[in-house]
Design a protein around this ligand. Structure first.
Ligand code: HEM
Length: 320
């Protein structure tokens, strides 16, 4: 399933190719898509059938996954149903593929960059750990405590600020739209730009690092998410866009932030993470300037989104 999804993404054009030669792939693309779709759908059909039986079987308590809940809702509305109807199956498969595509890589990259920035800012790391001590108590109790009181994650306000600030410095994706006839972009000084036949790229990285928009844009300052409007660090309206804004913003943003908070709650007091770029570069004989903007863990585009350079070589140390 994973391999087929990855292959499928490589072959998608989404109508926004910068390299016109990519369009040459058009000829075989439909066959590749059919092949990958068949692999993904057969795996998902198997999973859906399994979930369906587990929901139908009163002895078995369904999980809280989106798909379990959707099936339960469907069965509540259609009590006589004896199998998964084709339209439901097809909609469910499309949604699962979209969620897996949009949700896994973005969240894992944001988690890695959060760990990275915490490791580079011991004073922030210390505050995060102190907050976990205060809200969650002893490390060994955290899994059972959060299983019974998951709402405690909402009290990790400084941790959330640290994650939001990491997403500002390293927004893992950007957004792109096709221009349209009669759609003009108007700059603050009144210049109007037609968009027909253009791609419009919402470049979050540049926006998030723009000194005309942000005060001290290169500094990792979770405090900016906790200060009041009078403070010069206060984030300008609509400037933070890692999940985009408006009607097509990220449907999974709350889930992503909760996941990252949960990962930190379960690990940050037990492990130290430190990048191992120096070791990595020595082993590969990399000389010369390997930094961008002073950062070795600069962001590169792999597949659809941004990732830390060279897959983020690092060392993880278990604390006493
Ligand atoms: C840190 C993690 C994440 C980031 C940075 C992120 C970012 C984004 C952005 C920028 C968009 C808008 C794309 C556009 O308008 O072109 C988007 C859309 C979307 N995201 Fe996320 N996302 C994250 C996690 C997730 C998760 C965990 C899920 C679901 C499990 C998810 C599901 C979606 C879906 C379904 C859309 C399309 C919404 C629509 O078009 O109406 N995302 N995401």
């Amino acid at each position: 399933m994973t391999a087929a999804l990855r292959r499928q993404l490589k072959w998608c054009t989404m109508g926004i190719e910068m390299n016109p030669l990519d369009n040459l792939k058009n000829f075989i693309r439909p066959f590749v898509h059919m092949y990958n779709t068949r692999i993904m759908n057969s795996y998902l059909t198997y999973e859906l059938e399994e979930r369906y039986s587990s929901v139908l079987d009163q002895q078995h308590i369904p999980g809280k996954s989106v798909i379990d809940l959707a099936m339960k809702a469907y069965l509540d509305e259609n009590p006589g149903s004896t199998g998964i109807p084709a339209p439901f199956k097809s909609a469910a498969m499309a949604q699962i593929k979209l969620f897996v595509f949009a949700g896994h890589d973005t969240t894992s990259t944001a988690t890695v960059f959060t760990f990275h920035l915490l490791s580079k800012h011991p004073e922030v790391l210390q505050k995060v750990r102190e907050e976990h001590d205060a809200v969650l108590g002893p490390v060994s109790n955290v899994p059972s405590l959060l299983a019974s009181k998951p709402q405690l994650l909402n009290q990790l306000t400084y941790t959330l600020a640290a994650i939001k600030e990491a997403l500002r410095i390293y927004p893992t994706v950007s957004t792109i739209r096709s221009g349209q006839r009669d759609l003009h972009l108007v700059s603050p000084n009144g210049h109007s730009f037609p968009t027909e036949s253009c791609m419009i790229w919402g470049d979050h990285y540049s926006n998030h690092h723009n000194p005309h928009v942000w005060n001290r844009p290169e500094d990792y300052l979770p405090e900016r998410w906790l200060c009041t409007e009078e403070d010069s660090l206060y984030p300008p309206k609509h400037a933070w866009r890692p999940f985009e804004r408006g009607p097509r913003n990220c449907i999974g943003q709350e889930l992503a932030l909760t996941e990252i908070k949960l990962i930190l709650a379960l690990t940050i007091r037990e492990f130290d993470v430190a990048d191992a770029y120096a070791e990595f570069d020595t082993a590969r004989g990399n000389t010369g300037n390997m930094k961008v903007n002073g950062q070795r863990a600069y962001m590169v585009r792999i597949g659809g989104g941004g990732h830390p350079a060279n897959g983020y070589p690092c060392r993880v140390r278990c604390l006493e």
